[in-house]
Design a protein around this ligand. Structure first.
Ligand SMILES: Nc1ncnc2c1ncn2[C@@H]1O[C@H](COP(=O)(O)OP(=O)(O)OP(=O)(O)O)[C@@H](O)[C@H]1O
Length: 369
């Protein structure tokens, strides 16, 4: 089938919403001809019943209509055959370096907490959206296997990943590629997996899920020091940790254990975040609902235990809008970017993503000149 270069050029502006690459590079444009001002184009979807077919349809029609010589568009949607899908898989596989590879440029950051309910999932969802809003390519793995909540917090509670044969394409929410155990279990059933199964599930997320090239991959870890924390350190030896606490001394003590695990795993703890630091009252005064000092205390203790500076990255105040944003699936950093809590989270996201990558322990491919 023939392809008119001008039409192909216009279609190169259309991205596959899940693969986030131009459809022209993915072998999805089967034919594109111009006859008497009518652009007749056939696009092949990766799978039948592609959930995003109307997005592709609308984007392609709009892109073609930008050409002055195109008066009308006739778009036909087909489905890739096994050979075309195999070629697509191959071309995608060759691109992204696995995250565990020492030469990977993706910064992998696990968000850990001592106990549940301190806001780890809410902050992880907000951090991911803040980074994506800054133009970074962000992936988020909800590894909080027993308390997965990320899909709901990002407004895609029932989303299922698209499968192209044995490759899994993560749904995208607010520019973040998201994968969660919750997407692989029925409805709200509890996950009763133990060590080896959890390890296998995480391994599958890291190998079979096609995230493409990412700047940052965030992992929402289960609270505490369980099996998943060990698996993460084994599967992603270069990954870093951020530890979350509330200002309460008792919470900081529990969180210290989650951070001190890095002594055994050899991971770097890049900082502490204090959440629920205070509540601003209508008269402008602040109320320290959970006491104060937990974040500072945790940062000092981890610095002493690990023998390396573990800074307090920021303090996020309590904000009812943050809770409401989670319920509505629209994180606070997007719904109310100017609020004090959102400003703190965005500043923390920037300090995490803008730090130069440490080169210690990394192979440098430099040859003497
Ligand atoms: N800064 C904040 N202001 C207001 N509400 C918050 C804040 N941080 C978290 N919350 C709320 O606190 C509750 C617990 O948060 P979240 O589920 O994110 O915690 P978690 O640490 O991930 O818990 P678990 O590990 O048990 O899933 C949620 O209702 C969330 O909306």
């Amino acid at each position: 089938m023939s392809i008119e270069p001008r039409l192909l050029e216009a279609l190169s502006a259309v991205q596959d919403p899940e693969l986030r690459r131009p459809i022209t590079e993915l072998g999805m444009v089967e034919s594109a001809v111009l006859e008497n001002g009518t652009a007749r184009v056939k696009i092949l979807l990766t799978i039948a019943g592609c959930p995003l077919r109307s997005t592709i349809e609308n984007d392609a029609t709009a892109a073609l209509a930008t050409l002055p010589e195109v008066g009308s568009v006739e778009l036909e949607l087909g489905v890739m055959g096994p050979e075309q899908r195999a070629a697509l898989r191959e071309s995608l596989k060759g691109r992204a370096v696995p995250f565990g590879d020492p030469s990977s440029l993706t910064r992998v950051i696990g968000i850990a907490s001592g106990k549940g309910g301190v806001g780890k999932s809410s902050l992880t969802a907000n951090l991911a959206c803040a980074m994506a809003a800054d133009g970074l390519r962000v992936g988020l793995i909800d590894a909080d296997v027993h308390g997965f909540s990320i899909p709901g917090l990002l407004g895609i509670p029932g989303a299922k990943p698209t499968r192209v044969d044995d490759m899994i394409l993560p749904p995208v929410a607010h520019g973040v590629k998201v994968i969660s155990i919750g997407m692989f279990v029925d409805d709200n059933k509890p996950v009763i997996w133990r060590g080896p199964m959890l390890h296998r599930a995480l391994e599958q997320f890291l190998t079979d899920v096609h995230f493409g090239d990412l700047d940052v991959l965030l992992l929402d870890l289960p609270p505490g020091t369980g099996d998943i924390a060990i698996s993460v350190s084994q599967l992603l030896p270069g990954s870093e940790l951020v530890v979350l606490t509330t200002p309460q001394a008792a919470a900081a003590q529990v969180a210290e254990r989650a951070g001190a695990i890095a002594v055994q795993t050899g991971q770097k703890v890049v900082g502490v975040i204090e959440n629920m630091s205070w509540l601003q009252l209508p008269d402008g005064s602040t109320m320290e609902l959970f006491g104060s000092g937990g974040g500072r205390q945790l940062s000092e203790r981890l610095t002493a235990t690990l023998g390396a500076e573990v800074p307090l990255l920021g303090q996020v105040p309590l904000d009812p809008l943050l809770r409401a944003g989670g319920d509505a699936g629209l994180p606070l950093v997007l719904s109310h970017p100017g609020s004090p809590a959102a400003a703190q989270i965005t500043a923390i996201a920037r300090s995490l993503s803008h730090r130069p990558r440490g080169l210690a322990g990394m192979k440098l491919s430099v040859s003497p000149g």
